[in-house]
Ligand binder design. Structure first.
Ligand code: PEP
Ligand code: MN
Length: 346
């Protein structure tokens, strides 16, 4: 349930509603909009039929609305205004469409720095790279671990770009958190609720990838797990789902981008690299995601794409990434968004 306050409600009125909810064993999520304050009710109100009128009788309350969706903190009903997550001066979820780029895996310091400098010069705002890799085969390269995190920290030092990297287990959260600016929760871990709660107890922003066979509702409920622990800095990432189609690695669900933007206030990032798995499709699908309302893209880039230690088939070379940046700017502006001109156009 949400409680919509009147436009002239005072701070005392809001406090009165919160106190009334707490007496009933419920908790309140207060969202101050430009015109009105909305109070989201969390918990299981035993009797909605009685609670609604009781709340509506309090000072400053305009009306109450039942929230039918199971996710609450992540829903736009609870918080109508977009969440904007600021990471070292880069705003995600605001007017600007932000580009995150870098290799699938951190292979060596030289490789990481070379790619970081190139993508920064082309206007990328955040740098990605995997130090802990979830791999389909146990015999594949599974990442350098902490030394990979050190490579990422060096790249941040050299370029100023904040970094994003995957954390695989609850036990790694403290260590990865010493390095990273954003935790990436991988698709395979979307329903690892213990991991979600662990990152939810930190204050580090989280990018939550959609599970390969998760419904949008399950994805938003996974975001709810993080937020329910107190960390509200969550962004959603559509990275393709498993369908009957075998022509591409995954099927990028562009519906999910537009739907998540409509139903949730959280920033939505498109990952056309994993969403397609096919180099030549990364740019067109990424541009489609921007047009559909994505707040940014995360793209795998490598100086020698065919030699990438992981996900070589979907890695973009520098030239292709540069082209995507130029086209991305045009598409973003065409749909009323902003684009950073910080990079040097190629
Ligand atoms: C990755 O970002 O390299 C990755 C492993 O992604 P996903 O979890 O979407 O497969
Ligand atoms: Mn990858």
């Amino acid at each position: 349930m949400i409680v919509v306050m009147r436009a002239d409600a005072t701070a005392e009125d809001v406090a009165g509603v919160v106190a009334r909810l707490e007496r009933q064993g419920l908790s309140a999520h207060v969202s101050e909009g430009e015109e009105r304050t909305i109070i989201g009710v969390l918990g299981s109100p035993m009797d909605h039929a009685e609670l609604g009128p009781a709340l509506e009788a309090l000072d400053g309350v305009d009306h109450t609305v039942r929230v039918s969706k199971p996710y609450k903190l992540a829903s736009r009903q609870f918080q109508p205004a977009n969440t904007v997550i600021e990471v070292r001066g880069v705003k995600i979820g605001g007017p600007e469409v932000v580009m995150m780029a870098g290799p699938c895996s951190c292979e060596s310091e030289e490789q990481v720095l070379r790619i970081a400098e190139a993508v920064a010069a082309m206007g990328a705002r955040l740098f990605r790279g995997g130090a802990y890799k979830p791999r389909t085969s146990p015999y594949a390269f599974r990442g350098h671990g902490e030394s990979g995190l050190e490579m990422l920290a060096k790249a941040r030092e050299k370029t100023g770009m904040p970094i994003i990297t995957e954390v695989l287990t609850p036990g790694d959260v403290a260590l990865v958190g010493q390095y990273t600016d954003i935790f990436q929760i991988g698709a395979r871990n979307m329903q690892n609720y213990i991991l979600l709660e662990e990152v939810g107890r930190t204050e580090i922003p989280v990018m939550l990838k959609r599970g390969p066979s998760a419904t949008i509702e399950e994805w938003l409920l996974a975001a709810e797990y993080v937020m329910a622990q107190g960390n509200k800095k969550v962004m959603l990432c559509e990275r393709g789902i498993r369908t009957y189609e075998t022509a591409t690695r995954n099927t990028f669900d562009i519906n999910a981008v537009a739907y998540a933007k409509r139903e949730s206030h959280l920033p939505v990032i498109g990952d056309p690299s994993h969403g397609t798995g096919v180099r030549s499709l990364v740019a067109p699908v990424g541009l489609g995601a921007i047009a559909a309302g994505a707040d940014g893209l995360i793209v795998e880039v490598h100086h020698d794409p065919d030699k990438s230690w992981s996900d070589a088939a979907q890695a973009l070379g520098f030239e292709a990434f540069g082209k995507l940046m130029v086209q991305g700017a045009a598409v973003a502006r065409a749909v009323g968004r902003e684009w950073s001109d910080a990079g040097v156009e190629v």
